[in-house]
Design a binder for this molecule. Structure first.
Ligand code: GLN
Length: 483
């Protein structure tokens, strides 16, 4: 368990155990000390200290807001006005946004201290943080071998796991909040599609992207979610509905809840450790009074292939805007066309190019029906699978990933094997459902593993309620030194 949660820091600040300036300096000191983890692309030291000072004033004059003076980090794809935002790409190496994303604005309005912008896979495409133009991130759980933190929100996960900030934002298109949370021994919550505004988030695949959080505890995830949620007229896909006080569901009894164990999630290549922990998770929930039963989601096996058509298709359209004229990087060329070609050749690395190629191919006239349209049909069947299973159970329990974090140099060498990391998480994105990853234990190699809960649309409170039971009984170990 994290030694200093967002909730603890909030209490400490309000009870004057420490000031925001003190705690901000402590985090900045650790960011410097653990620079070699490479968790941050940009550190906003001066700005952080200034806003910590202002927070201390507000705390002392009784005008503290919800997250007053709490130091957090933002994944480097949330646009921050006046602060460089790279999305992990050379293409945006010098891009300073002229406006603020809604999610980061909500956090700033709640009084957070922004420590900086975290490293990530280029344009959020990846599961290891190895595709970042700014270099890989080291998982703070590394021992004899350097481990990846997962991705694409790898910098945020490492920063929270290694006590470099109290909490951080992530984004989840196919698992990028939940998978790095599982690999790094922390909590990752992906809300329902439409719960949070996507305004000002660098787009990857717009029908799948959703902001989320990397936090030390389930209650922290709930606190964070209440702040970043809500309708935004600037995002037509954000939903206009009330935001519950999610944290009030942490620790609530789960007696009588029905939990489904989808049989199709026992995928090939899953480690014995994760299978054992999955069983243990079911037992924990049963002992807490829930009814646990096996269910079936027959179309799950098509989710990953369909995701890797839908996501690249949308990415190829979204990334068309990087032409060397409007944003960031520009390469020279003798003609306009050559400038475009050189800019996109040099500005994007291999994984992004691969997605653009796949996406353009599946959307092209001859192949649209064969690939893209079929993937959309599968997506609908996956949605129906979930709707019918949620007639029988309240939520689902699955592992977050088939295995634990891999070591540098031992990562899958072919892209398709790397994509298999997302096999258990993409289904929730395809159906727009909320999911959470909760740390459950360490495998034989001493590497963190997580269990995933998936709830019906806009039922994040169930994730908090059941997630906090899992968290409590899992008794996940504290990482090394304390703060
Ligand atoms: N790893 C997945 C991918 O590369 C998911 C990424 C994400 O959720 N942003 O597409």
């Amino acid at each position: 368990m994290h030694t200093l949660s967002l909730h603890d820091i909030k209490c400490g600040l309000l009870n004057k155990k420490f000031s925001s300036v003190e705690i901000t300096k402590r985090f900045l000191g650790r960011i410097e000390k653990y620079k070699h983890w490479n968790a941050f692309i940009t550190v906003c030291e001066e700005l952080a200290l200034q806003s910590a000072q202002q927070s201390d004033q507000r705390i002392s004059n009784g005008t503290a807001r919800e997250l007053e003076g709490i130091p957090i980090a933002l994944k480097d794809l949330f646009l921050t006005k006046g602060i460089k935002t790279t999305a992990g790409s050379k293409m945006l190496y010098n891009f300073v946004p002229p406006y603020e994303s809604t999610v980061s604005q909500k956090l700033l309005d709640a009084g957070v201290v922004l420590l900086g912008k975290t490293n990530m896979d280029e344009f959020a495409m990846g599961s290891s943080n190895l595709t970042s133009y700014y270099g890989p991130v080291v998982n703070p759980w590394s021992r004899d071998k350097k481990l990846v933190p997962g991705g694409s929100s790898g910098g945020s996960a490492a920063a929270v796991a290694g006590y470099l900030c109290a909490a951080a934002t992530g984004s989840d298109t196919g698992g990028s909040v939940r998978q790095p949370a599982a690999f790094s021994g922390i909590v990752g919550l992906k809300p329902t599609y439409g719960r949070c505004s996507r305004y000002g988030m660098v787009a990857f695949a717009s029908s799948l992207d959703q902001a989320g959080s990397l936090t030390a505890t389930v209650r922290d995830a709930a606190i964070f979610l209440s702040v970043i949620s809500g309708y935004d007229e600037k995002d037509s896909t954000s939903e206009n509905r009330a935001v519950p006080d999610f944290k009030s569901f942490a620790g609530k009894s789960i007696k009588g809840l029905k939990i489904g164990i989808p049989r199709e999630y026992a995928v090939e290549g899953m480690s014995d450790d994760i299978i054992d922990f999955w069983k243990k998770g079911g037992k924990i929930l049963e002992e807490a009074g829930a009814e646990v039963m096996e269910v079936s989601l027959p179309y799950s096996k098509y989710a990953l292939p369909a995701y890797y058509i839908v996501a690249p298709a949308e990415a190829s359209a979204n990334l068309a805007r990087y032409d060397g004229i409007r944003y960031g990087f520009r390469a020279e060329g003798k003609s306009l066309k050559e400038m475009y070609e050189n800019t996109r050749t040099e500005g994007f690395a291999d994984e992004v190019k691969r997605r653009i190629l796949i996406g353009t191919y599946v959307l092209s006239a001859g192949y649209y029906d064969a690939y893209y349209l079929r993937a959309l049909k599968i997506r609908e069947l996956i949605r129906q699978d979930f709707s019918s299973v949620f007639q029988k159970v309240d939520l689902l329990l699955t592992p977050t990933t088939p295995t634990s974090a891999f070591a540098f140099g031992e990562e899958p060498k072919d892209p398709v094997t790397m994509y298999l990391n997302d096999v258990l998480t993409v289904t929730a994105n395809m159906a727009g459902l909320p999911g959470i990853s909760v740390p459950i234990g360490l495998d034989k190699l001493g590497r963190p593993l997580g269990l995933q809960l998936i709830a019906p649309h806009f039922m994040e409170e169930l994730l908090v309620q059941v997630g906090s039971v899992l968290e409590k009984e899992a008794n996940f170990p504290t990482l090394g030194e304390a703060m």
